[in-house]
Write a protein that binds this ligand. Structure first.
Ligand SMILES: Nc1ncnc2c1ncn2[C@@H]1O[C@H](COP(=O)(O)OP(=O)(O)OP(=O)(O)O)[C@@H](O)[C@H]1O
Length: 212
């Protein structure tokens, strides 16, 4: 049973078709990568997958096991789409603890360990508004993974990260998939997709093509 199944998905904005006829099945425990140029529609496609945006035509189904009891919202999805969101006047730790307080499935130890894993010092007194680009990106990734969500939807996960960190994080996310998590990610960089994903795709001229 695929975690996510797209059939004949279409989306247009201002009468310009972003993509048409998109079919995609994402099997559990696999990594699907979508490479594409600026504006090709990668983020919009991820928003359709997560049910934040409705397609104009076609269907975007999530397996019942990953839906909330009212079957409306995805459950167990760790999501980073567009850019990291945070409360600017709080530290990184305060931000993550506030989020962790919503579902209450992880404790402070897990939050701190996740920050350390991603190269953020949990004791840093700096407010998130003063974080560098790379630190904000790490904070966004921490939000997405800290609750051990089984499905990760990551839009340009390596935005703003230096080269050594990218190499380290490629390995980190691949290990998560090897450990059973499902990943759908986008990148401008084919190298990122090749290093991590079992099923590379490209969004080009309004079509989602499977790369060999
Ligand atoms: N809510 C919206 N209203 C109008 N146009 C939109 C909306 N959301 C996205 N678009 C348009 O759809 C196009 C694709 O946007 P999207 O963010 O998916 O691109 P992308 O492939 O993720 O680009 P990038 O690599 O630059 O992040 C853009 O031209 C964007 O302006």
């Amino acid at each position: 049973m695929p975690v996510i199944s797209l059939r004949g998905v279409e989306k247009s904005y201002n009468r310009r078709a972003l993509f048409t006829d998109v079919d995609l099945d994402v099997a559990p425990g696999t990594a699907v990568g979508i490479q594409g140029e600026n504006g090709s529609g990668k983020s919009v496609l991820l928003k359709i997958i997560t049910q934040f945006v409705r397609p104009d035509a076609g269907t975007a189904r999530i397996d019942d096991a990953y839906l909330s009891p009212n079957r409306v919202f995805p459950q167990g999805f760790g999501v980073l789409i567009d850019r990291p969101g945070y409360i600017p006047s709080q530290t990184g730790l305060e931000n993550l603890l506030a989020l962790a307080g919503i579902r209450k499935v992880v404790d402070e130890r897990k939050v701190r360990d996740t920050m350390t894993l991603l190269g953020l010092d949990p004791g840093l007194p700096q407010k998130a508004r003063h974080y560098s680009l790379g630190m904000k990106q790490r904070l966004g990734l921490a939000q997405a993974i800290m609750e051990d969500q089984p499905v990760l939807i990551l839009d340009e996960p390596f935005n703003g990260l230096d080269e050594d960190t990218v190499v380290e994080f490629r390995q980190l996310f691949r290990t998560m998939v090897d450990d059973g998590r499902t990943l759908i990610m986008t990148s401008h960089q084919q190298d990122d997709i090749d290093a991590i994903c079992d099923h590379p795709h490209r969004l080009r001229r309004g079509r989602l093509e499977r790369n060999a």
